[in-house]
Design a protein around this ligand. Sequence first.
Ligand code: HEM
Length: 156
Amino acid sequence: MKIMMGILYFLHLAGFTVWLGSMLLLAILLLAMRKNLGEWNSKPLFLLTASLVKWVLNGAALVVLASGVGLVQTLGLTTGNKPFYVSFMEQTGGMTILLFIVLMTWFSNRASKKLREDKNQAPGAFPKLLARYSAALSVFLILGVSVLLVVSFRVL
Ligand code: HEM
C-alpha cells in the first residue's frame, strides 16, 4: 500500500508540475506572440500551442485528477472530517481541472479549425483570437496557483 501511495503521490506532483509549468511558459509565449504580431509568423506557433494544450497539458491535468482520486481512496480521506485543504483541493482543484480539460479542448479545436479554414480572415480576427486564448489560459494559471497556495498553507 505504501508503494502505491508513493507512486500516486509522485504522479500527482509530477502531473501538477508539468501542467502548471507548461501553462506558465505557454502564457508567456502567447504574450510574446501578441506583442510581435507584425514581425513573427505567429499562426504556426499558435497551432503548436493549441496542440500542446490538447495533448500535453490535458494529459497532465488528467494525471493530477486521477492520482488525486487515487490518493483520497488510499489515504482513506473519504469520510466527512477531512482537513480543509483536502476538500478545497478536491472541490476547487477538481473543478478547475475538469473545466480546463473541457473548455481548453473546445477552444483549441475551434481556434485551430478557424485558422486552418479561413485563409482570408478579417484583419483583426487573429489578434482577437490570440487575446482570448491567452486570457483563458491565464485564468486557469491563476486558479492553479491559488489551489497550490491554499494547499501550501496547510502548515498553519
Ligand atoms: C489544481 C489542482 C490540484 C493541485 C494544485 C494539487 C496539489 C497538491 C499538492 C501540492 C499536494 C501535496 C501536499 C501535501 O504534502 O500534502 C497534494 C496532495 C494531495 N492531493 Fe492534490 N492537487 C490538486 C488536485 C487534487 C484533486 C482533484 C484531488 C482529489 C480528487 C487531490 C487530492 C490530493 C490528496 C488526497 C493529497 C494528499 C494529501 C495529504 O498528504 O494529506 N488533489 N495535492
